[in-house]
Design a protein around this ligand. Structure first.
Ligand code: GSH
Length: 214
């Protein structure tokens, strides 16, 4: 089989990279990660060398180069149908795709005012009306998904791409001390306990601190 090579940004900060990585790790297939350091003088040039869109993550599979975390996850879903990266039930799959799309295209206040930092602890920072309203919407999504879920502790029961997409926001809530309800607390613990997430976070501890990274 052709090598699956995922280019990622700093594990500590690159929330988009974390999403694609969690989906890839869930497939159980062998893969290789290559890290492109962010916020360095040669970052742009290094990313452009693998992806003309100038962003990580990027998946290389033979001659195929796929950029964008969601496009990568969709490709992995087609490549590994037995991994069930989307729910098998059609209605659940539609709901999972809808909340994933919402995460992909919205929540700009959380992104800019509570940037992912897996190692940092800044309780109270970034608590604005905009971020708290977006956090409330995230928790509403979690409550609605979990109320219907069966067969596992993830949003749609078993792990899906929706969990890969919401994993970074679980860490933001922890880093910035966002108050959560019981469903939120349990879900944050579920993501934190994922072995693939723990391995990524362990590597993040050895990475340099970047200032003003979003
Ligand atoms: N929509 C893209 C966004 C990717 C993105 O913004 N990646 C950031 C890192 S988290 C990046 O590559 N920034 C380039 C840079 O910092 O020069 C995706 O889903 O993959």
């Amino acid at each position: 089989m052709l090598e699956l090579l995922l280019y990622v940004g700093n594990k500590r900060y690159s929330s988009w990279s974390l999403r694609a990585y969690l989906a890839l790790a869930h497939t159980g297939a062998p893969y290789r990660l290559e890290l492109i350091g962010l916020d360095l003088p040669d970052t742009r040039q290094n990313i452009l060398a693998v992806n003309k869109a100038g962003r990580v993550p990027v998946l290389r599979h033979g001659d195929l180069v796929v950029n964008d975390s969601l496009a990568i996850c969709e490709y992995l879903h087609e490549l590994f149908p037995d991994a069930h990266l989307w729910p098998t039930d059609r209605a659940a799959r539609a709901r999972a795709r809808a909340v994933t799309a919402e995460m992909h295209s919205s929540f700009t206040a959380l992104r800019s005012q509570m940037p992912m930092d897996l190692i940092g602890s800044r309780p109270g920072v970034g608590h604005t009306p905009e971020t708290l309203a977006e956090a409330a919407r995230v928790m509403e999504i979690w409550r609605e998904a979990r109320a219907r879920a069966s067969g596992g502790p993830f949003l749609f029961g078993a792990f899906t791409i929706a969990d890969a997409f919401f994993a970074p926001v679980t860490t933001r809530f922890t880093t910035y001390g966002v108050p959560v309800d019981d469903v939120g607390r349990a879900y944050i613990e579920t993501i934190a306990a994922l072995p693939s997430f723990q391995a990524w976070k362990a590597d993040a501890r050895h990475e340099p601190e970047l200032h003003d990274h979003q």
